[in-house]
Design a protein around this ligand. Sequence first.
Ligand SMILES: [Fe+2]
Ligand SMILES: [Fe+2]
Length: 499
Amino acid sequence: MEAIRIARDQSDNIGLTASLGNLTSLLRALGLYRETFSVGVRVIGLAGDNQLLRGVVAQTYCHMSASAYVLMRFQQGIECGRLASEALTAPGSMTEVINLMAILGNTIKNHLALAQTKEARSCLVLMRRLSAAMPANSRAALNVSLAEAMCEVADGSTAVGITRLLGLLDQTRGVPGLYIDNMEQLIRAYNASGNFSAMARYTSDLAEQIIQSHACNTQDSLHELGIHEETLRPGQPDAYPLARAVALLPSDMRGLNEPVAQISVRHTHFENLAVIAELREDDSGLHIYRVGRLSALIAAELGHGDLFCAALERAARLHDIGKLAIRDQVITKPGKLNSAEFEHVARHTIYGHRLLSLLTDDGEMAREVALCHHEYWGGGGYPRKLVGIAIPESARIVAVADCFESLCHVRPYRKEWTVEESLAEIRSLSGAAFEPRIVRSLEAVVTKLRTETNASTPLDQLLVPDIPSSMLRARGEVLALIDTLPLPWQNNEQSPMFI
Ligand SMILES: [Fe+2]
Ligand SMILES: [Fe+2]
C-alpha cells in the first residue's frame, strides 16, 4: 500500500504499475478474486504499451484469467488468457516461458468449462511445443501432462484421463501448487464419470492438504510476529481465561500484559482466516461478526454472564473457519450439490475443529462451536448426529444465530429473506433443528434491538455498526486507493470485457 501511495504521489508510472501488479498476486492468493480483477484492469491501463512492463501485464492477465475461472466468468478468462499470451508473444526468459505455460493452462480450463475442446486442444499443442523447446524442466512437463489429462476427460476418455492423473500424483506431491491442481482435476474427472465415492475420497485428501498448508502458513506468520506456542503450553497461566479476559479490556490496555496481548493478536489472525473463508459466500465479510454479536446477545438473554458472552462472541466468529478447506467450485456453485459435494461441505465442521486444534492448545469453545454448529436439537444434523443437550450449548446458540443471519442475506444459491421471513423459518424449525429456549431468546433479542433502538436502522447496522476486522478495513483501503487511479478506458465508460 505504501509503495503504491508513494508511486502515485510521485507520478512514477512504472513503479505504480509494478506495485499494483504485486498486489494482484497477493489478492489472488487471498482468494479475493473480484478485487484481483478490479486492480488488474488498472495495471493494464497504466502499463499501456510500455515494453518494460510486458511481464507485469502478462502476469496480471494470468491472475485475472485464473480468477475468472473461479468466478465462473469463463469467456473473460479466455480473453484474459489471450491478452496475456499476446503480451508474451516472444518470451525473453525462462520465467516468461513458465508464465506462458501457466497462462495456457488457465485458458484450457476456461475453454473446457465452456465445452470448447477444440480450442483447448490448440492451447495444448502450444504447451507441448513450449515444453519440448525448453531444457528438461519437470514442472513444464507436469503442466503439459495435467493439461493432456484435462482434455482427455473432456473428450470423453475419462478412464484414460483418470489413469494419467493418478499416475501424476506421485510426481506432483512435492510441488504444492501442482499437487493441488492435480487433485482438483482428479476430482473433476471422477465427478464427470459419476464416481462420487472416489470423488469424495480425493476431495477429502485435498482438504487435508489445504488445512495443513494453512496451519503451516499461520504458524510461520505467528512465529514472525514473535508469538510462540511456549506461552500457551500447560504449566503456563491458563490461556483460555486470558483470552476471554482480553476481550473485556479496553484496547489501549491490551499491550500491558504480554501473553494477553499475544493471544489477542493470535485471535485476530484466526479471524482473518475466517473472513477469507467466508468472503466467497458473503461479499461484505461481516457475516461472522454479526453471528458473533448475535450469539453473545442470545447468551446474555439466556442469563449467561459477561465472560461467557465475550468468549462465545469470539468463538462464534470462527464457526466456519473450516470452509477454508472447501473448494471454491463447490462454495460458489449456484445449483444443487451432488452427494460428494454435500459431504465435502458438511466436513467444514471437522476441518474447522482440526485446524483450530493444530493451531492452538486453548480455544476449547471455538473448537466445539466449529465442530457442532450444524448438529440438530432433535438429531439428524452433522457431523456426529448428536441430540439435545449432548450438543454443547455454545454450538446450539451459534446454530440459531448462524441460520438466522444467513437467511437474512443473499447466498450464491438463493436470494435473501426479510427479518420476518427468517424468524418465521427459524420458528418453524424450533424443536427439530433448534432448541426452543434459544429460538425464543433470538426472538426476544431481535424485538429488543428494534424497539430499544431506532427502529428504522437496519438490523445489520445495529449488530455491527463499524467494520471490526483489520483485514476488511485493509481491503476497503485498497479499493478506495484503487479508485483514485485512472481506469484504462476513457470517460469512465466501463469496458464491456470487465462488467
Ligand atoms: Fe457452518
Ligand atoms: Fe455461517
